[in-house]
Ligand binder design. Sequence first.
Ligand SMILES: Cc1ncc(COP(=O)(O)O)c(C=O)c1O
Length: 458
Amino acid sequence: MSADSTPDHAALADHYATQATAAPASMDAFWMPFTANKQFKASPRLLASASGMYYKTVDGREILDATAGLWCCNAGHSRPRIVEAVKTQIETLDFAPNFSMSSPLPFVLAERLAELAPGNLNHVFYTNSGSESVDSALKMAIAYHRARGEGQRTRLIGREKGYHGVGFGGISVGGLPNNRKWFGLGLPGVDHMRHTLDIGRNAFSKGLPEYGIELAEDLERMVALHDASTIAAVIIEPISGSAGVVIPPDGYLKRIRELCTKHGILLIFDEVITGFGRVGNAFAAQRFDVQPDMITAAKGITNGCVPMGVVMVSDDVHDAFTQGPDNAIDLFHGYTYSGHPLACAAAIATLDTYAEENLFDKAIELGDYWQEGIHSLKGLPNVVDIRNYGLVGAIELAPRAGAPGARAYDAFTHAFHKGSLLTRVTGDVIALSPPLILEKSHIDDIVSRMADSIRETA
Ligand SMILES: Cc1ncc(COP(=O)(O)O)c(C=O)c1O
């Protein structure tokens, strides 16, 4: 088509819709992320469309979504407000730079996010993903101390089993061996506290595990070793998802906050999965009543439909960067797509949808029913632990001898192919995080389909 010919909109829509919903002619070129490519391509799972609680596969099967896509479609799929906002935006302003230039929506959205965020996290920095948010927050933490004249505070403290995305910063503070060991030495000056998963003492805990608050004292161990004056920040997922859903012991996060405050260390909550209603309230920080200095978020911010991440920053951290003359750049950091208008439009409509449908209350309203539902799987073959909080759940299976992860992977593929249920598997843990629009009947379906798959693949 030449640039000045009049497009036939219906024909174009038809062409692109057909392409997007049919099985592709070849699957060779797409190198899929975090995937056993050969295994997947031998038996693909291809989703073609989605609406509400359900996906449809390219061969027309309806799949119940028990993972909100990948922890991101918190309002369910293809929601009307979000669809309208994105369509309207792409027809109005496709792109605008945000380096010394901007457009209205990043400002509108930032005000909305600052209202939602806990306490004084009144400043919003835009990224395109959770990984970029994490790396941005780590850089900000180091630069913050430098701006205040404490440039020696460069150490970053993460935790074993932590997942903070896949940037060099994120894998360095993260604590998942497979994500680290392939990629060299990572950032210097990073240390890790112990994780808090303790199946021996806390198996089948309903909600917050009882044992483990003392693990927060690991931060004192880091301070004793490195000295507080060298530590910039601690980064923690309030609930970790990718490590197989680790719920914090009762009181643990509050104790970490106390110790960070005592030692002048910034506390970053990585809320990429816990943000936007997953555990009740907008953020887990509010549900746990713990005030971090920064929150990293992504995923549910746009309901997963356009890539976007944010770092939400306290007044104190932000203001340290703005002490120079008016013509000085505050922060030498940013992305071409920071505050992309399409992502901002999607996010604003997503926040409208969450508010209109009170979706941040859902994890509290349905929390008990969810808890009892997934704990009813106790006693099925090989189930060694069940964990839950808000609308997050995990079922941990005993690994098969010599084949770690194989049993849960089989349960996951069985659930998809036979049970028409989308779940997520990490190691021998099946993780569940359904869209917040679900009803009790969906919980019943998730539980019974999961039970079948666990039994059939035992
Ligand atoms: C806590 C946490 N941080 C960061 C990330 C990385 O996000 P992204 O995949 O958008 O880069 C994730 C992704 O699951 C996450 O769970």
